[in-house]
Design a protein around this ligand. Structure first.
Ligand code: 13P
Length: 245
């Protein structure tokens, strides 16, 4: 069974720091079983540096966001063709930080997801509930609605090319990871509730660490991880990826 381990660096690391990371990570790569797909998602400004070191290895490059238009007068935005030209294969869309700090709506995420698929990028669509929603007992309804909104209008072939990430917002960067069995329950229910998700990889994200990854990897509906903090150090990320195997 294929696994995906994606490192979301968020707004960390200059191109120079990213190059040093990639050099160390290249040394560690042979220690990670081949069936774990490794995706590094540095900031836009470090994509080229990471590619320069890791081109020709099995590490895939991912971006953390993109705009849905392919070009035009959209100051500050980055398009799918620009990412593809840099060798990028994945793009994280709808991360809770994008939704929360930058006002991204379900409709924005839907447009971006459709544009990424159209261009041949694999979107990693992130969904997740806040603590308030979880406490209200409506976490599943919330993530199902977010997922349906992101995938609206796509045919089955397109949906089959999506990767989903379930990231409970309260678990992101807090050190308070979601219990693995509980996460699995939500992820399993998502698969059943949303058409076409049966074979789609779903990653868990939220304070995943080398120390807790094995609990997630043991769950039937968890296909890997979307990792923030623990992906910022190459040794830590390699240990986590070994555990995800
Ligand atoms: P942490 O692993 O730092 O909790 O971040 C998770 C995340 O947001 C990955 O996209």
């Amino acid at each position: 069974m294929k696994r995906i381990c994606a490192g979301n660096w968020k707004m960390f690391k200059t191109a120079t720091e990213a190059r040093a990371y990639a050099q160390r990570f290249a040394e560690l790569l042979p220690s990670i079983p081949e069936h774990v797909e490794i995706v590094l998602c540095p900031p836009f400004t470090a994509l080229q540096a990471v590619r320069g070191v890791l081109a020709g290895t099995r590490v895939k490059l991912g971006a953390q966001n993109m705009y849905w238009e392919s070009s035009g007068a959209f100051t500050g935005e980055i398009s799918a063709p620009m990412l593809l030209d840099l060798g990028v294969e994945y793009v994280i869309l709808g991360h809770s930080e994008r939704r929360h700090y930058f006002g991204e709506t379900d409709e924005d995420v839907r447009r971006k997801t459709a544009a990424a698929l159209q261009a041949g990028l694999t979107p990693i669509v992130a969904v997740g509930e806040s603590l308030g929603i979880r406490d209200a007992g409506t976490a599943l309804e919330h993530v199902v609605a977010q997922t349906r909104a992101a995938l609206a209008g796509l045919d089955a072939t397109a949906v089959a090319n999506v990767v989903l990430a379930y990231e409970p917002v309260w678990a992101i960067g807090t050190g308070r990871n979601c219990d693995a069995a509980e996460a699995n329950t939500i992820m399993h229910a998502m698969r059943i509730a949303v058409d076409g998700l049966a074979g789609v990889p779903i990653l868990y994200g939220g304070s995943m660490k080398p120390e807790n990854v094995a609990h997630y990897a043991a769950q039937p509906d968890i296909d890997g991880g979307l990792v923030g903090g623990a992906s910022l150090d190459p040794d830590s990320f390699a240990r986590l990826a070994q555990g995800a195997a």
